[in-house]
Design a protein around this ligand. Sequence first.
Ligand SMILES: [Zn+2]
Ligand SMILES: [Zn+2]
Ligand SMILES: [Zn+2]
Length: 347
Amino acid sequence: MSQQRLNPELDAQKLRENALTSIRLGIEDFERCQTAPSSGGDPARALSAVRNLFAGVLLLFKYKIAISVDDPNDAASLIFTPPEVLPQSDGNGGVEWAPKGKFKPTTIDVGTIKKRFEGFEINVDWKVVERLQNCRNHLEHLHPATTLGEVADFVAELFPVVRDFIQVQLEEPPADILGTAWQTMLLHHSFFVDTKEQCRKAWAAANVPDGMTPWLDESQCEECSSSLLTPGPLFIDDGASVERDEDTFEYLCLACGNTDLIVPLIVETLNKAHDYDPRDGEEPSVEDCIECGHGTFVIYEQNCLWCKTELEYTECWICEEGLGQSDQDNGGLCSYHAHTYEKAMRE
Ligand SMILES: [Zn+2]
Ligand SMILES: [Zn+2]
Ligand SMILES: [Zn+2]
């Protein structure tokens, strides 16, 4: 039994239409969720914005796969999930291979789209797509308000992906096929890029330890998850420094107006990115620094991102095992060899 005959017919133009409709709806939802309720906005639309945008982007990807082959049967076999084919008895001592269960025409998921793209050499920034997918997955469990800022970040990040895909892969002008949704994305994207740049410049004057700057860049508002954080205005005017005034220095979220201490947030961002699960036998990769007391000592890099302290002894001179902060009093030996050495001296 050939797979083609099992697949329902595929209408590529329909895929395209649905993709564009979904993206347009997503942008409409996005605009509504970013508008204050007093002006007719609705924060709850954040969820459908992400859902629609994610669905639209996947449909657009499937459309591209469908038009990459000439034969509609081939297109169908690439887009629909093939049913599982299993062996069974033919009743005469032989084997018969047959599709299992009733065939339901589901289409391929993100993982399979990625494989198809690799096979057909279609390039896309998967990091952004995967982050959108994660956002969609965790948005279902969160109050919409906590992620309004994050959704705004995503729409801004998604813009270049959609733009390049439509221009390069579909060879069409995005403004023509997305209409006003395109203008909204464009405006929002440039607003986001400009604002983010202003934030970076403002922090550059706030004396953040160099090693912490990349983590500041990754930090998100604790209220709305936006990455558009800037130093609270009071602090810059007073010539305050993040490094010196960590107990009072606050950030201001430009998306929701929330203010809070910046240093605990950066440290938390660093630690979250180095999250580990002791139940899986994993070990921490960040710990408190003996010199400055911040939770910013990166164990495998053997230095502190806050105060730049480096280890005097980095590996055991007998077994070459990497050493940590607690091994420094052993004069360049790991704890095992320090122990053996001490025992030998006593005997
Ligand atoms: Zn915020
Ligand atoms: Zn330190
Ligand atoms: Zn050793």
